[in-house]
Design a protein around this ligand. Sequence first.
Ligand SMILES: *Cc1c(COP(=O)(O)O)cnc(C)c1O
Length: 303
Amino acid sequence: MIPTSESMGIVDTSRVFIQPVWRDIHGISVDMLRLDLVHPVVSGNKWFKLTGHLSEAHRQGADTIVTFGGAYSNHLIATACAAFHANMKSIGFVRGLTPGSPRTQTLLDCASYGMHLVGLSRADYRRKEDIAHIRMFSQIGPDAYFVPEGGGGALGQSGAGRIVDYIPPEYTHIAVAVGSGTTLMGLLQRLPAGVAILAFLPMKNGRYLEQQIAPLVPPQHAIEWFDTWHFGGFGKCQPALVQFMNAMFRQHQLPLDFVYTAKMMFGLNELVQQKVFPPGSRMLAIHTGGLQGNVSIAAQLCY
Ligand SMILES: *Cc1c(COP(=O)(O)O)cnc(C)c1O
C-alpha cells in the first residue's frame, strides 16, 4: 500500500460530519459539511487536493515537494505540514515575497514545518507553470515533485472529487467557495448531474473565473455563480463579515474563515432570505477549512 498522509496519521477523516445550520427558512434547510475538522492545518479541501499529489510524489520516489502560493496561502501551509509529517523536504515559492517584507503568520508557520521559502517576483511567479525555468534558476534537483499552485492539476481535481463520498444523495444544492476552481471541478467530476452547484467567488471581479471554468463544465451540470459577497476583495474583510462570523460561532458553534467560507455563508444566508431558491431545497455548504488563516488576516486587517 502506498503510505498516504492519512495512513501516516496526519489527518483524521472520521471527524467529518454534516452539521445542521439553518432549518426551514422559507422551506429551505442548509447544512454544512465540516471538512475543516480533518486536521487544523492540512484542512478541508486542501487535504483532498493533496492526496493524489502526495501518492504520486511517493510513487516517483521524490524526496522534496515544491509548490507555490501567496503569503496567506492555505495551500502552502497545508503542503508544508503534510510534507513535514511525510518526512519529505518542502520548498515554497511565494508570490511577491522580498527579503525585507514582513512574514505573515502563515509563512512563519510554513518555515516552522521546515519549508524553505523562496520569494518570486510577480513576473517570475507568472512563469510558475514553466517548471524547467523554475528548476534551473533555483537549482532544484530531479527528486523534487511539483504540486501546481492551489494543489490543482488533474490529481488535485480527482482528489477533490473524493469529497463527494461524504455527500449524501438527498441534497439539491451544493455550495462551495472558489479560489482556483480545482475543488469545484473535482466535485463536478463526481456529483450527479441533477445537483445544482452554487459557486461563491470571494474576490472582486471574480467573474473571470467563471469565464475560465464555464467552458470546462460538462453540459448536464448547472452552476450558479455569485460574486456579490467579496467584502472589498480577496483576503479583505469588513466589520459586517466579522460580526457574521461571531454570530455563526455563537449560535451554531460554527467557525468560519474570513477568506472563503464566511463570505460564502453570508451570501447563502442572504440568498435564502431573499427566497431565491424554491421551497423544499436542501442545501449542503462545504466547509473547505482554512481556519489557520484567520490569525494572519485578523492581525492585519480587523483590529
Ligand atoms: C483554497 C481554499 C478554497 C478554494 O479552493 P480551490 O480548489 O482553489 O477553488 C476554498 N476554501 C478554503 C477555505 C480554501 O482554503
